[in-house]
Design a protein around this ligand. Structure first.
Ligand code: ZN
Length: 346
């Protein structure tokens, strides 16, 4: 008995990847089944009604995201990521494929750099789109493994529009030594950054690392990561977040060089710091020190530059008597005293 194939069965066959050749040779096709197969053969594609896609809402959302990801506006931001990456690399703030950058692009979404690509040589098509949980929404390359840290800052700071993470050597040296950079030495860092804390070490890319950094982001826009590097965030732009890297690295480098000059480092006064904090306020940059008493500012008690060795004590002109000379003097004295006593007795 010959098999009769309906349109529904043909749809099922095509959905599962089958073709005409998989039908029995003597099968009889219903007219609608024949139309469906003809359409498949003529167009070289499966009819829309039987394309193997997910639920219509998910498909629509995904094509909307792709359109957004490929829009001219997002392309301009991808170019900014390439440019900031190039600057990080050319100033030796990143090594190998290290460092990563993120920009908040829409409600609940961020554009970020890929993993395993040098920041100096990124192309716009390398960039990735993620949601705030770190799930990749678009992009051909895999997103950076350290994205969770950037996203935790963005989730915690509604004002954060961009984040930069890198490993500039002088600032990272402070993070390795566990020494917070001293304050009240150069105005630039006081105005644009402020005090720089150190987040405890955790394995890079873990949610714990992200949380420890995000906890400090309430009061600090630039944070040292112990035994790792630096992260900054900005409420202005990705370039502004990058500028904080230039400022912290130049500052730490200057302090390290100055500490080698063999004289205690000078600081400006607490009154002068108050003036800088006023400027900072007018620029809309928060600082937990605004409103503190002067005596609470410029506290560098923990600053112990390791190269400040004390000079050896000055030598006096008279050489110190050695033990042998002292014994000789004593023996001669004893002999003279003994002769004097003998003479007195006779
Ligand atoms: Zn890193």
């Amino acid at each position: 008995m010959k098999t009769i194939i309906s349109a529904k069965e043909v749809e099922e066959l095509l959905r599962n990847g089958g073709g005409l050749s998989s039908l029995p040779a003597d099968a009889i096709l219903t007219p609608s089944a024949r139309d469906l197969l003809r359409e498949f053969e003529n167009n070289g594609a499966r009819p829309d009604s039987i394309k193997p896609v997910g639920p219509p809402t998910a498909a629509a959302a995904s094509s909307k995201i792709e359109a957004f990801f490929n829009s001219p506006e997002v392309h301009a931001l991808k170019l900014q990521l390439c440019e900031i990456g190039r600057r990080l690399w050319s100033r030796a703030y990143v090594d190998g494929n290290g460092g990563n950058i993120a920009i908040r692009v829409a409600e609940g979404m961020a554009l970020c750099t890929p993993t395993l690509v040098s920041k100096g040589f990124m192309k716009p098509e390398d960039m990735c789109l993620v949601d705030l949980e770190g799930n990749q929404l678009a992009g051909q390359k895999k997103r950076t493994s350290e994205i969770l840290m950037h996203l935790q800052i963005m989730k915690r700071q509604a004002r954060a529009v961009a984040t930069v993470h890198c490993h500039p050597p002088h600032a990272t040296a402070f993070a390795v030594a566990g020494v917070e950079p001293p304050t009240c030495m150069i105005p630039e860092i006081e105005v644009f950054i402020g005090k720089v804390p150190i987040a405890p070490y955790r394995t890079p890319g873990t949610p714990e690392m992200g949380k420890l950094v995000a906890d400090l982001s309430d009061h600090h826009n630039t944070i040292l990561m112990a035994n790792h590097g630096v992260v900054s965030w900005s409420h202005v732009s990705v370039e502004d977040a990058y500028f904080k890297m230039e400022i912290i690295e130049a500052y730490c480098r200057t302090v390290v060089v100055a500490a080698q000059l063999g004289t205690p480092l000078k600081t400006f006064s607490q009154t002068h710091l108050q003036d800088l904090l006023k400027i900072k306020q007018t620029l809309g940059i928060p600082d937990p020190r605004i409103g503190l008493k002067e005596c609470e500012l410029c506290n560098n008690d923990e600053w112990r530059p390791g190269v400040m060795c004390p000079l050896p004590p000055k030598q006096t002109d008279a050489p110190a008597p050695d033990q042998q000379t002292e014994a000789l003097v004593q023996a001669i004295t004893d002999q003279i005293m003994s002769k004097l006593q003998t003479g007195a007795a006779t």
